[in-house]
Write a protein that binds this ligand. Structure first.
Ligand SMILES: [Cu+2]
Length: 173
């Protein structure tokens, strides 16, 4: 009996080890990691998340809230309620990394139709982004606030970024 159990155990071990999982090697096709914020990682934050809600100004290409403040390392729940009714007024919120070139990201986004106007080649310049919200839709993204500083956010729907922007201020309370 014990011999049978031993054989069974050996078989199971073999099965477990003999899987065709390839060794973990970095996948060259994997998308680049977002936010090169590792250089300035925020300190651990011990507190409730920041609940931030943005809306557009009527049927225009502008955010009602052009700035908000969160704390370094704080969890940010960023919600965008697209209160527009004009069918052409799609919007999103794209929070840019420190030192990102908002114009370059906005320009590249215009070509990024397949990825909902998020330019994947510029992922290292994007901290976080919501999905694109059609009029009447609400979208949310959750992320960790980076180190203290000012971070621009823009809407990357084609043509909007020059007008539709704001600043996320990260500062210790
Ligand atoms: Cu927009």
């Amino acid at each position: 009996m014990s011999r049978l159990l031993f054989a069974l155990a050996a078989l199971l071990t073999l099965a477990a080890c003999g899987g065709d999982e390839p060794p973990a090697t970095p996948d060259p096709a994997a998308p680049p990691q977002t936010a090169d914020a590792s250089a300035a990682a925020p300190p651990a934050f011990d507190g409730p998340p920041a609940e931030i809600t943005l809306t557009p100004v009527g049927e225009t290409m502008a955010y009602e809230q052009t700035e908000f403040t969160v704390q370094p390392g704080q969890t940010v729940r960023l919600t965008f309620r697209n209160t527009a009714t004009n069918a052409t007024m799609n919007h999103n919120v794209v929070v840019l990394a420190a030192g990102a070139d908002a114009n370059a990201v906005g320009q590249a986004a215009m070509e990024a139709v397949a990825t909902d106007y998020i330019p994947e080649a510029m992922a290292d310049q994007i901290l976080a982004h919501t999905a694109m919200a059609a009029p009447g839709e609400t979208v949310t993204v959750e992320f960790t606030a980076p180190a203290a500083g000012d971070y621009t956010y823009i809407c990357t729907f084609p043509g909007h970024f020059m007008m539709m922007k704001g600043v996320m201020r990260v500062a210790a309370a």
